[in-house]
Design a protein around this ligand. Structure first.
Ligand code: PLP
Length: 343
């Protein structure tokens, strides 16, 4: 086993590069809770512009940014329309129920892509005893659907439906960078029509910490208040924001390389009898275990012993994510190891 394992568990495992660390060390800072931190403000303005929104705030995590957006857009005792395999449902510890006192209306889709047609089916006939919807959320790319990209037409359809129903949209764009690279379409186009948008810096962009939530200028005071109440007020946050600014300059375009590396992994495993690598549009590869004897419980330690780290997505499915710290050669090596273990 080599000294450094090939870590395909998530794109969150990236370590800041020397250039990024230098930018962080040299960041100009202030107290962002007391008045402002200049580097954080720069990052927020830059991300707001990229997303075509009026304002943005830096958050310690995507989860906190998502939960803040839901709190902002909904009223207690209403329903949030969400695709059934969304991060908001599966990986935020029922935060929507706890923090916003909102019920989730999960909408089934075949592939993670919420369309207007599917969303419309979930809209209840108005009645004095039925919950009222207060917002719609979409996820792009869709994590549990294997990094699936929401096509622009599907997005526009939901935006039109939301306008018709007078509902705001929150876009969970944790990996919107990847959708933008895949579609060769600017971020602001993919966020057009959303009231709030969250993007993550600590995944494919290689930052140690942080996400950004963009929103209308009129919501500034409310977002500030919710974030502070959730414990998201950060002081000399410019040290972290500097990593974000560095990533915007150096690591956005290159996510397309991660997509190519993911494809390379899928192709290298094509036709293998023990595993089906599900083709992906972006950087998340699902690996279905085909041999009866193989389960993620027994396969993961075997792979780890040979220097390849994956996570379980159930008993018969592994996930492998490509990122800044996975080279094409790493993907080849990982594929050989996976093929060997799953023979
Ligand atoms: C990772 C992720 C989040 C949450 O981000 P954290 O920074 O880990 O809290 C939200 N939504 C999606 C789709 C994600 O993949």
């Amino acid at each position: 086993m080599s000294a450094r394992p090939i870590d395909l568990r998530s794109d969150t495992v990236t370590r800041p590069s020397p250039g990024m660390r230098k930018a962080m060390a040299e960041a100009e800072v202030g107290d962002d809770v007391l008045d402002f931190d200049p580097t954080t403000r720069k990052l927020e303005e830059r991300v707001a512009a990229l997303l075509g929104k009026e304002a943005a705030y830096f958050f310690p995590s995507g989860t906190q940014a998502n939960e803040t957006a839901i709190r902002l857009l909904t009223r207690p005792g209403t329903e949030l329309l969400v695709e059934e395999n969304a991060h908001l449902i599966h990986y935020e510890l029922a935060g929507v129920a706890e923090l916003s006192r909102v019920q989730i209306r999960p909408i089934p889709t075949p592939d993670g892509v919420l369309t207007a047609e599917l969303a419309r089916k979930a809209v209840r006939h108005p009645s004095s005893i039925a919950p009222k919807p207060s917002a719609i959320t979409l996820e792009n790319t869709h994590s549990l659907a294997g990094g699936k990209v929401v096509p622009v037409a599907a997005w526009d359809g939901v935006v039109a439906l939301a306008a018709e129903l007078k509902l705001p949209i929150h876009l969970d764009g944790s990996r919107l960078w990847h959708a933008s690279a895949f579609l060769k379409t600017p971020l602001d186009r993919l966020a057009r029509g959303a009231t709030t948008v969250m993007v993550t810096l600590s995944k494919g962009l290689g930052c140690p910490v942080g996400s950004v939530l963009a929103f209308p200028a009129a919501a500034r005071a409310d977002v500030w208040e919710i974030r502070k109440r959730l414990g998201g007020g950060m002081r000399q946050s410019g040290i972290l924001a500097a990593a974000g600014l560095y990533a915007l300059d150096h690591n956005v375009e290159r996510v397309a390389e991660d997509h190519a590396t993911a494809k390379r992994l899928v192709n290298a495993l094509a036709g293998h009898k023990g595993v089906k690598a599900v083709p992906t549009e972006t950087n998340i590869v699902m690996l279905d275990l085909l041999n009866e004897r193989d389960t993620t419980d027994n396969v993961i330690p075997k792979l780890a012993a040979k220097g390849v780290l994956c996570v379980a997505m159930g008993l018969k499915r592994l996930r492998a994510v490509t990122h800044l710290d996975v080279s094409p050669e790493d993907a080849d090596k990982a594929a050989r190891t996976i093929a060997e273990v799953l023979t």
